[in-house]
Design a protein around this ligand. Structure first.
Ligand code: TRP
Ligand code: ZN
Length: 868
């Protein structure tokens, strides 16, 4: 069969559904090769169209009945089933078969390590049965699951358990009733044998909620941090947002085969086991914090996503941007706000800005989509969260909360739009957001350029601000945005100067709304040092010609930690840029003494929390630096980053080594203070390992570590410095952990980022490791993903071997798991950023993919945009 090119859908073409389904009764008779699904739907016609077009993909129809009569009036199409001559209101019974054991795409019903599970977002329910698989059709679900009792003692679905019993042939069944109407993408089913961690939570209003976390047998003691995080999430959402849980049970199932992080199915979250399982021997501090954030994220979706869902998938940021904002606030309230902000900003300035500049650039509310799975992006999620955060900055916490309250009053139990959200914020606060709405429809990264002028005679200080957004592949014309611009002015003694305009006090957040604007501050008795875009108050690039002295001053005197960190990053950026130029002229990497002193000052500042110091001394990544250039000189950027690291290590070795020894902790704990100390100590190690006299430290730390954070930090130091003990240590770790894929992921990631010349050959050998499998997304992302994204030296090898390897893997994954393939391909899409030779090598690989006769929609969309 020759298939036509995949078709795009446009936001502007939204049409409300012709029919709705109010109730659905599902029966699953589970079998790996042939699972029978029976769906009894109560259907109502909403328009004058009597034809009903149901979505369905890769499923085998058995029978159709309308109001008890076998129905012949239907047609099967490539994308579903069209029924004709239907009554206004009817009961539709559809029987169909599916084959979960053959489902390697992990979308719909599939098998993960012997357990059945589902993933229905965005459009996976249509792989289970013919349905109105769109988020604006909300139904109540009754689900009966039948399976072998010995093999599958737990049969789970959404809502409350209402019936269970034994059947013939060793089978049993359990039925679930979910009282909350929901779209099909929130449906879930799980069947398997697990260990269960149980707890209870009593909500603010006194509802008893059973909490259950299902993990593979033997992993129970690794589920406690997830449970603690769940309880903390429930408490936090009550305290900060006044939102309570609404069912009697909340279940989380951890599975090893999962395309993303986790899924917020009503009452039955399915999680990638990476975001559930942790103990100090198997998980790093970063893993612990990731678990807290993702458990929170999925829990917070219960209100922002499930109670109020999306009208159509173009509105995805309505639930994702808002829920990311909520999970970031949760992590910030529980841990260090500054460190959380720094890490979130790194994601925006690195990979999100890169996405804006790529062929896949899109607004947080996309206009045009071929494959929805391609739009679960950093732009929709992370930039989406920044857009919510800007509204929070413009309104303040209490008006923002009033907006949330109004949003729920208006839209609880319905499918809403981004516009509905902004309107609620606007109506509840009285703040005009008309220009602000452009953030939803305009793609790309704005640049804000500032110059300043001090007038001694009039005691005024003027900031001249201009904004512009470069055109993007999806959108050539750009307009000025409403940008909240948080500033502070400092006098030479480090005191903040009160901000006054036209004789009256003004707030720190300026409203930039025009292409060019001037802000004149009066009563300014000396030329101040401006601190700008504080807290990264908008997702923009800031252009201002700071002197080294001004940045060093801000590193000491800025009133908040984020601004101090940012000043340090700007100072580093200046010298990374100038050294890239120097290197191309044959000069060596150089860093002035005063820059080194500024960082020494941060390192020795006892007022600062260790976790913050570690962030301040972390250099920007290769990917972030790449974003500063139209065309990146890969070799020069790698050499400069490495060179600066060596200079700092050399110059600060005494302080780093003293700090390293001072910060040693005897006992492991996941308290934030303990995490911070480990992170600074391991940062010290990362520098010191490059100096011969200290390289023994990393090996010693590997041998004596009593927790995975220190083990991994040691291994990663050994790996990045290519120490001679590397192979022995890698072997030791693999001997110890090869039975545990999740723990081996860290090892695979180190193989992927190995900077050595023969790294690619080694990596190919690792694909034969008994713990590796290309059918497992975590393994694939750890080994292959880290090579493509975090090993610039080897991935961009001039021979093209890295690109060719990527092409081969992508061609394989295109068949088995298109979603995973489509996430992996991103670094190749940005080929125009590299020199001519590299460009043409990458282009060749993309063209090979384009020629595949079974290219999935996912890769088709990205490859054709990139080659356009
Ligand atoms: N809604 C999920 C989240 O943000 C995202 C998700 C999980 C997803 N699995 C998916 C999206 C599969 C697309 C496909 O937490
Ligand atoms: Zn989400």
């Amino acid at each position: 069969m020759t298939e036509s090119a995949p078709q795009a859908k446009y936001r502007k073409d939204y049409q409300s559904p012709t029919h709705t389904i109010t109730d659905v009764n599902l029966t699953f008779d589970l079998n790996p090769e042939r699972t029978r699904v029976t769906a009894i739907s109560q259907v109502e016609q909403l328009s004058d169209q009597t034809e009903l077009e149901l979505d369905g993909e890769g499923i085998e129809l058995v029978s159709v009945t309308v109001n008890g009569v076998a129905w012949q009036d239907y047609q099967q199409t490539e994308s579903g089933l069209t029924l004709s001559n239907l009554p206004q209101k009817f009961e539709l019974v559809i029987e169909n078969d599916i084959a979960p054991a053959k489902n390697t795409a992990l979308e719909g019903l599939y098998i993960s390590d012997g357990a059945y599970c589902t993933q229905c977002e965005a459009e996976g329910f249509r792989r289970i049965t013919y349905f109105l698989d769109r988020p604006d059709v909300l139904a109540t679900y009754f689900t009966k699951v039948i399976a072998d009792k010995a093999e599958f003692p737990y049969l789970l679905s959404n809502g409350n358990k209402v019936e269970h019993g034994d059947l013939d042939d060793g089978k049993h069944f359990v039925s679930w009733q979910d009282p909350h109407p929901k779209p099909s993408y929130l449906f879930a089913l799980v069947a398997g044998d697990f260990d269960v961690l149980k707890d209870k939570y009593v909500t603010q209003s006194g509802r008893n909620v059973a909490l259950e976390i299902f993990v593979d047998k033997g992993n129970l003691e690794r589920a406690h941090h997830a449970m603690t995080s769940l309880v903390n999430s429930m408490k936090w959402d009550e305290e900060r947002f006044g939102l309570e849980y609404d069912l009697d049970i909340y279940m989380i199932v951890a599975v090893d085969f999962f395309n993303m992080g986790a899924m917020e199915n009503k009452g039955l979250n399915v999680f990638n086991s990476k975001f559930v399982l942790a103990n100090e021997q198997t998980a790093t501090d970063t893993d612990y914090l990731g678990i807290e954030a993702v458990i929170g994220h999925e829990y917070f979706h219960n209100w922002t996503g499930n109670r109020v869902t999306c009208r159509d998938w173009f509105q995805l940021s309505l639930k994702e941007g808002l829920t990311v904002f909520r999970d970031q606030e949760f992590s910030s309230d529980l841990g260090s706000r500054a460190v959380n902000r720094i890490n979130n900003v790194r994601i925006i300035r690195g990979p999100q800005f890169a996405e804006d500049a790529s062929p896949m650039s899109h607004p947080i509310r996309p206009e045009k989509v071929i494959e929805m799975n391609n739009f679960y992006t950093l732009t929709v999620y992370e930039k989406g969260s920044e857009v919510i955060r800007m509204m929070h900055t413009l309104l303040g916490e209490s008006k923002f909360q009033a907006g949330m309250k109004l949003y729920f009053e208006r839209h609880d139990g319905t499918a809403a739009t981004c516009e509905d959200f902004v309107a609620a914020m606007e109506d509840a606060s009285g703040v005009d957001l008309s220009q602000f709405r452009l953030w939803y429809s305009q793609s790309g990264t704005p640049t804000v350029t500032v110059t300043d002028r001090y007038d001694q005679d009039n005691q005024t200080y003027t900031l001249s601000v201009s904004q512009s957004t470069a055109s993007t592949q999806d959108q050539s014309e750009k307009q000025p945005l409403h940008i909240p611009f948080d500033i502070e002015l400092y006098a030479a003694d480090g005191q903040a100067i009160e901000l006054r305009c036209n004789g009256s006090k003004v707030a720190n957040v300026l409203d930039i709304t025009q292409a060019n604007q001037e802000f004149v501050f009066d009563n300014v008795s000396e030329k101040p040092v401006p601190s700008m875009l504080r807290e990264f108050s908008a997702p923009v690039k800031l252009n201002f010609e700071y002197s080294d002295e001004q940045l060093a001053f801000l590193m000491v005197h800025a009133q908040n930690e984020f601004a101090k960190w940012d000043a340090g990053q700007m100072l580093l950026a200046k010298y990374i840029k100038s050294n890239v130029v120097a290197l191309s002229k044959g000069d060596k990497v150089h860093l002035p003494e005063m820059v080194i002193d500024a960082f020494r000052g941060v390192l020795l500042d006892s007022e600062l929390e260790p976790a913050f110091i570690a962030e301040a001394l972390s250099l920007p990544s290769f990917n972030e630096v790449s974003g500063w250039y139209e065309t990146v000189d890969v070799d020069a950027v790698c050499d400069v980053i490495k060179g600066i690291k060596l200079i700092l290590a050399e110059a600060l070795q005494d302080e780093l080594s003293a700090m390293y020894h001072m910060l040693k902790q005897a006992e492991y704990s996941v308290e934030h203070e303990a995490i911070g100390k480990r992170s600074l100590r391991n940062l010290c190690l990362q520098y010191l390992v490059h100096l011969a006299p200290f390289s023994g430290l990393a090996v010693e730390q590997y041998q004596t570590a009593n927790n995975m954070t220190d083990t991994m930090a040691a291994m990663s130091a050994v790996n990045s410095a290519s120490l001679k003990q590397r192979q022995a240590i890698m072997n030791d770790y693999s001997d110890k952990w090869s039975h545990d894929g999740l723990v081996m992921d860290k090892w695979f990631a180190l193989q992927g980022t190995n900077p050595a010349d023969d790294a690619l050959d080694n990596l190919k050998a690792c694909m034969q490791h008994k713990a590796f499998s290309l059918s497992n997304p975590n393994r694939t992302r750890s080994l292959v993903g880290s090579f493509l994204n975090m090993n610039p030296k080897r991935f961009h090898d001039k021979s093209g071997s890295g690109y060719q390897f990527a092409g081969e893997i992508l061609a394989q994954l295109n068949e088995s798991n298109p979603q995973v393939a489509s996430r992996l391909i991103d670094p190749l899409l940005k080929f125009k950023k590299y020199d001519q030779e590299r460009q043409s090598l990458i282009r060749t690989e993309l063209e090979k993919l384009q020629q595949l006769d079974n290219l999935a929609k996912d890769l088709f969309e990205k490859v054709s945009k990139a080659l356009n």
